[in-house]
Design a protein around this ligand. Structure first.
Ligand SMILES: [Zn+2]
Length: 272
């Protein structure tokens, strides 16, 4: 729903750029067990020099410095600009879809959590608890404050929004059920093949997805992520000419990517 206020959409984008800049800090520091609060200022991971404020402006600084550290000239990953742009885009989309509302806040928060998980899993195969369990807790609060649409229940009952308590229950159960499923599949795989196929981070990430997207949204996300993962897996088999190890694929990244696709490009307002 567009309120006809492009200024507010631009404001949402600006907030997204700034939050994206913080998400970059989380993506680099959390998997390395570094504090996100100290040092407060960003530093070059190569030479350790503190980045000046004028070299730390979202997207713009990366472009002006042509992706290099001013002090040592080491390359700065394009991920920094990508995360900032992606966060801005999801925040504008959240406002575009829901106007200035609790639903928009929920979608923006969900997107920020997914963006962090997408990149930490891709870069380090780690899904930090701060964002899987922390994300789930935030989603449960959101579901209590702004109960989600009831999903399949509308087939039987004419209602637009779940009552608050049931919103929380749906949000918790929506994650617990898929988490149990994924955990059982992982345990069965481990017993059969004698090695770990699924990280426990993926199980915890189900709680996050369920907290925001409910049971149906989570199952749909898992389905889309599986299709995407299989496609990428097949491309790897073809291009590398060997049996690609499926457990080398960061499942969390595919889940996060699928979640973002569904939340922003899917038929919105029903599941999310
Ligand atoms: Zn440097």
């Amino acid at each position: 729903m567009l309120d006809g206020l492009p200024l507010l959409a631009a404001f949402a984008g600006l907030i997204g750029l700034l939050i994206g800049s913080f998400l970059n800090v989380c993506i680099y520091r959390l998997p390395r067990d570094l504090s996100t609060a100290y040092p407060r200022r960003s530093f070059c991971p190569h030479c350790g020099k503190t980045v000046a404020w004028y070299d730390n402006i979202p997207v713009l600084s990366w472009l002006l410095l042509r992706g290099r550290c001013r002090a040592c000239g080491a390359g700065i990953s394009i991920r920094y600009a990508l995360v900032e742009l992606l966060t801005a885009a999801t925040f504008v989309s959240a406002y575009w879809q829901h106007g200035a509302s609790g639903e928009a806040l929920r979608l923006a928060l969900f997107s920020a959590v997914l963006i962090v998980l997408l990149f930490t899993d891709m870069e380090t195969y780690i899904l930090p608890d701060e964002f899987t369990l922390g994300g789930a807790a935030a989603g449960w609060v959101m579901a209590t404050l702004w109960p989600p649409p009831p999903g399949l229940i509308t087939l039987f009952l004419p209602m637009d929004r779940l009552p608050a308590g049931e919103g929380l229950a749906a949000s918790v159960l929506g994650g617990l059920i898929p988490a149990g499923m994924i955990w059982s599949i992982g345990a069965a795989y481990e017993r059969l093949r004698g090695r770990e196929g699924l990280g426990f981070g993926d199980v915890k990430m189900m709680l996050t997805l369920g907290a925001f997207a409910g049971l149906e949204g989570t199952l749909l996300t898992v389905a889309v992520a599986s299709v995407l993962g299989s496609l990428v897996g097949m491309v790897r088999v073809v291009t590398r000419g060997r049996t690609a190890m499926l457990d080398e694929l960061p499942l969390g990244s595919f889940l996060a990517f699928a979640g973002l696709l569904l939340a922003h490009l899917g038929h919105s307002g029903r599941l999310y």
